[in-house]
Design a protein around this ligand. Structure first.
Ligand code: ZN
Length: 286
């Protein structure tokens, strides 16, 4: 403050009142911010930046989302969190089903990637930017192509609904991970990996993904009944709860909502119900 006082007296002596006025404002601003405690000042700024960053994460562009999805994928593989199944025929088969469904989805412009995970547990998940993962265990548990397609369509539904992005935003906010400069890419990828492995799907997300998936399944030409038969089969089978049901809550509610949405007269109208044809496609898994 001593410097300011000296400057003030200098300009006052130079008889230029407008300069004095200007310096008064500068001094007042300096006093105002200078008197804040550093900690308080930081929190205040952090809060403002936090608001800006939440907005950024909610309005993320498709390109940014795709990049994030690819980085999460890389981390999942390089960190050995998942192991991809390397059979090209099985991968091509899943990809062909997935691309057909994706082109009939509500976000057809995304570059979708469908990957088979070498894991016997009955599970599937999606992250963001078109990344969908199906376990070999789920492919074996499905009785026909339409049942497998119903799960793929459901996972595409999560991407269409931007569910993982919303979970990421909520997690980052809850854990105070949004710094003054925003949520950095590395932290976003870490959260994305964690969510992919332990996705806390909400009931609303599941119901939405089911309805989006069902509409997609029908548009693509598959028999809609497959979505219900697959879910019922998993629910009724003995032993431990299949992973996909434990991470996808409220199974009976989901089945009921699907049954209400499907016209009984056309439930089994469509492709993909031939069990023998399906067994041929996936024989290397059996
Ligand atoms: Zn789901």
């Amino acid at each position: 403050m001593l410097v300011f006082t000296k400057l003030l007296s200098f300009f006052w002596c130079s008889r230029k009142p407008w300069l004095y006025g200007l310096l008064s404002v500068v001094t007042a601003v300096f006093l105002c911010f200078g008197s804040l405690k550093p900690g308080y000042s930081f929190d205040w700024q952090d809060l403002i930046y936090r608001g800006v960053q939440i907005l950024q994460l909610s309005t993320i562009s498709d390109e940014q989302e795709v990049t994030l999805g690819q980085q999460i994928n890389q981390q999942l593989i390089e960190g050995e969190q998942i192991k991809l199944y390397s059979n090209p025929r099985i991968n091509a088969y899943l990809n062909q089903i997935g691309q057909r469904l994706a082109s009939n989805s509500d976000r057809p412009e995304l570059p979708y990637t469908f990957q088979v995970v070498d894991d016997k547990s009955i599970n599937a998940f999606a992250t963001m930017g078109g990344m969908v993962y199906i376990h070999t265990g789920l492919m074996v548990a499905a009785d026909n192509e339409a049942e497998l397609a119903s799960v793929v369509a459901h996972e595409i539904g999560h991407i269409v609904g931007r569910h993982a992005l919303e979970h990421m935003r909520q997690r980052a906010l809850a854990e105070g991970l949004l710094s003054a400069t925003g949520l950095d890419q590395e932290t976003a990828v870490q959260i994305g990996v964690e969510l992919a492995l332990h996705l806390p799907n909400s009931r609303d997300d599941e119901l939405e993904a089911d309805q989006l998936g069902l509409a997609n399944l029908i548009r693509t030409g598959y028999a809609p009944v497959a979505m219900v038969t697959f879910m019922e089969k998993l629910q009724q089978q003995g032993g431990a709860t299949p992973t996909i049901l434990s991470t996808h809550p409220a199974t009976s509610d989901r089945i009921l909502a699907l049954q209400q949405a499907i016209d009984p007269d056309t439930a089994d109208v469509g492709e993909g119900l031939n069990s023998q044809a399906y067994q041929k496609f996936i024989r290397s898994l059996l």
